[in-house]
Design a protein around this ligand. Structure first.
Ligand code: C2E
Ligand code: CA
Ligand code: CA
Length: 708
């Protein structure tokens, strides 16, 4: 638009104003003219519409009088400037009475001010909305903890949030970058330098830009550039398009806490909390891995169990026990080769998984691990010597699963322990057979009494001064339907282990006392001796079980004698004293069985309330110890001990006339043994005694064995 100017014209000079108003009256933009006093001199139709007043009304009137709101407004200032400077002026202002934004341009010449103006309200509010929106977006972006950038379709960084900017400022990481830089190219460059995560990121971003995928994400670790000892941080990168122009938002979220928590709980699931060694699950895995590995299936498992650990726990307390296990764990871990795994199954049971190791290697390894115990353990200021029992199992065709190998190593450990502390044993199939045998016997034993498979054999006891048979020992026999007669040594220990010995002994007490009643009715006065297990003593029901059976039989309690082995009594003398005292008060007699085989001290035996010392047959018929001056010396000493303690001495295992003579001259009161009579069924004993009575007139055995 050209400025109206007064220019003289040669032809038909028309005043510039006429020419200008002709042109201006038809344009859509509103225009008015003001004179030097700011009075309206002319306006076009568009101006009339916008001002909602007609030209007739306004021409000749002062603008500031007609529109008092404009006085002092930016508009007045603009007009003044235009007049003073003669420069075109431009202003946008909000006009209250119209409630709209207006755009005004003012041009001044000598006399007039030409004013163009239009309603820019729509555009103005749109701009404002946009500005508000973008500042909102900026605020939201900055509030995001994730490092966030908006990329242009070619990868150029358009905007970044505060978190991103801070990261870029603090480190030159491959996944950061400043506004204006090309992010995609930065990733490509890092990829070319060998960063595999950067390569994945670049490929993923390209796929998002190309629209091949809806979004892309990647978890990556980032090692701090500073100290080596610090752990890496973990990040989750995400990229997704924001609009049709294929601009893309990229975020990097710190997931270190989550990842480390996950790592910690995964670690905890596979480790023992006390010792930090691999736990059962991890050991199973290690064995499974070794079994599937192609090393000719050569993996050997050592199963270790600390000897007497329970006593440590019981006497020194659990926290001392824990300390001991920790110390042991660290010793074991130091003794393990890098290819092997040492772990804890629980309690005092440790396992070593040795890869590429055969049976003989396993035995050598076990030797090495036993030497871990050479040095005593220090606990609460005291030195504690300890040993370990180790079972060894080398993998073979029978070991498809980790539990197979562990089970066999456990079985070998169990068998090693049975032969005393500080032993190691290699698993063999024979061991398995023996174990299965035991298991089978245990399951059959459960019903043996009910099925009538038990029988009692009786071995007479001879009173040496009178040669009379004053009693007999009840010895249990088991008629196994498949195996035939099973000796008690083969099933009593199994019964003890499986909680069967107490019910068996109850049955035995009832059966033997019933037999004694029968004999009494035949006129035979026999005291019966029943063997009682140490397990029964510690079960707490012995006194009740015995007294109830005696009561039920109606016999005087003096007819019953209980035999307990020296070893059983030595294990728990206090319990024995208490229970024996009660039983003896009721008349029941007590014998110490197998005397001379255990290692009980004389004082321990002397303090026990017992009636009879049963000298073990090893002292009667066994090979004599080299120190014995004469064959009867030890027997004589035991007999002297017995009489000093006011106990009667019974010699068992008398097999020859010489031995009988020996025990008699040594001063034993009673004798028992094959030379007098083997254990026999009840009817046979009755017949023997009937025959003896017929021949001697006394309750004696027939004269073949006893000189008349
Ligand atoms: P024990 O109590 O020492 O029983 C004596 C064992 O010596 C019996 O063996 C008996 O048959 C055997 N014997 C008797 N005289 C002679 C002899 O002159 N020479 C030799 N070499 N042996 C002789 P058995 O019946 O095989 O019993 C073995 C062990 O089993 C018993 O040793 C006892 O500890 C246990 N036992 C037997 N029956 C029972 C029972 O009912 N309950 C419990 N808890 N244990 C029993
Ligand atoms: Ca006995
Ligand atoms: Ca005995």
């Amino acid at each position: 638009m050209s400025q109206p100017q007064e220019r003289p014209s040669a032809a038909a000079p028309r005043p510039w104003r006429v020419q200008a108003t002709e042109v201006l009256s038809s344009i859509s933009e509103a225009v008015y003219f003001l004179d030097v006093d700011d009075r309206f001199t002319w306006m076009n139709a568009a101006a009339e519409r916008l001002l909602k007043r007609s030209a007739d009304e306004l021409v000749g009137r002062l603008i500031w009088a007609e529109y008092p709101d404009l006085a002092g407004s930016p508009l007045q200032e603009t007009y003044r400037t235009a007049r003073e400077t003669k420069e075109p002026q431009h202003v946008e202002f909000f006009y209250g009475p119209l409630d709209r934004w207006l755009e005004v341009r003012a041009y001044a010449n000598l006399a007039d001010l030409v004013v163009f103006f239009r309603d820019v309200h729509e555009r103005r509010s749109l701009d404002e909305e946009r500005a508000a929106e973008s500042s909102l977006i900026r605020a939201v972006l900055n509030a995001l903890p994730a490092r966030t950038a908006i990329l242009d379709a070619d990868g150029t960084i358009l905007t970044t949030n505060a978190a991103w900017a801070a990261a870029t400022a603090s480190s030159g990481r491959p996944f950061a970058g400043r506004g204006g830089a090309n992010y995609l190219q930065a990733c490509r460059a890092a990829a070319a330098a060998g960063d595999r995560d950067a390569r994945t990121a670049a490929d993923g971003l390209e796929a998002v830009f190309a629209g091949r995928v809806g979004s892309f994400s990647l978890d990556y670790a980032s090692s701090p550039s500073g100290g080596r000892s610090r752990d890496p941080s973990w990040w989750h990168m995400q990229a997704f398009p924001v609009d049709e122009r294929r601009r893309v938002v990229v975020t990097h979220t710190d997931i270190t806490d989550r990842v480390t928590a996950e790592q910690r709980s995964a670690w905890q699931a596979r480790h023992d909390h006390l010792t930090a060694l691999p736990n059962r699950a991890a050991l199973h895995e290690a064995i499974a891995d070794a079994l599937t590995e192609d090393v000719g299936g050569r993996v050997t498992v050592l199963y270790m169990d600390v000897d007497g650990f329970k006593q440590v726990n019981d006497s020194l307390g659990h926290s001392a026990g824990d300390l001991l296990l920790r110390e042991l764990a660290s010793r074991l871990a130091h003794r393990t080769r890098p290819t092997d795994v040492v772990g804890r199954l629980g309690g005092d049971e440790f396992v070593v998984v040795a890869r590429d190791c055969d049976a003989s290697g396993g035995e050598a390894l076990a030797q090495r691990f036993r030497s871990v115990f050479d040095e005593p353990f220090e606990l609460a200021g005291t030195l504690l010597p300890l040993t370990v029992s180790i079972g060894i199992a080398a993998s073979g065709p029978a070991h498809a699963l980790p539990e197979d190998l562990l089970r066999d190593a456990d079985a070998a450990m169990y068998a090693a322990k049975a032969s005393g502390p500080n032993h190691q044993l290699l698993f063999t199939p024979a061991l398995r057979t023996a174990l299965e045998d035991r298991w089978q016997i245990a399951s059959r034993l459960r019903d043996a009494a009910a099925l009538g498979q038990f029988a009692v054999h009786w071995q007479p006891v001879v009173h040496l001064p009178s040669w009379e048979v004053t009693g007999c020992e009840a010895l249990l026999r088991w008629n196994h339907p498949q195996r035939g007669l099973v000796p008690p040594a083969d099933f009593i220990p199994i019964a003890e282990e499986n909680g069967l010995i107490v019910p068996i002994t109850r049955w035995l007490l009832q059966t033997t006392l019933a037999q004694a009643v029968d004999w009494a009715s035949e006129g035979l006065e026999l005291a019966i001796a029943v063997n009682v297990s140490a397990v029964h003593l510690s079960s707490g029901t012995l006194v009740d079980d015995v007294l109830r059976a005696v009561d039920h039989s109606g016999l005087p309690a003096t007819r019953l004698m209980l035999e307990l082995t020296e070893t059983a009594l030595a294990r728990n003398p206090d319990q024995a004293t208490e229970q024996f005292t009660t039983l003896r008060e009721q008349g029941v007699r007590i014998a110490i069985d197998d005397f001379g085989t255990g290692y009980s001290s004389l004082s321990a035996v002397a303090s026990l309330p017992t009636d009879v010392l049963k000298v073990d047959r090893a002292l009667v018929s066994g090979p004599l110890p080299a120190c014995a001056a004469t064959p009867g010396a030890i027997l004589g000493a035991v007999a002297a001990l017995g009489s000093a303690l006011d106990m009667q001495v019974l010699a068992e295992g008398v097999e020859t006339p010489e031995q009988l003579e020996l025990v008699r001259t040594a001063g034993c009161t009673y004798a028992q043994g094959h030379h007098l009579s083997p254990p026999v069924p009840a009817e046979q004993l009755s017949a023997l005694l009937a025959e003896g009575r017929r021949r001697t007139g006394e309750q004696r055995l027939p004269p073949r064995s006893a000189p008349s």
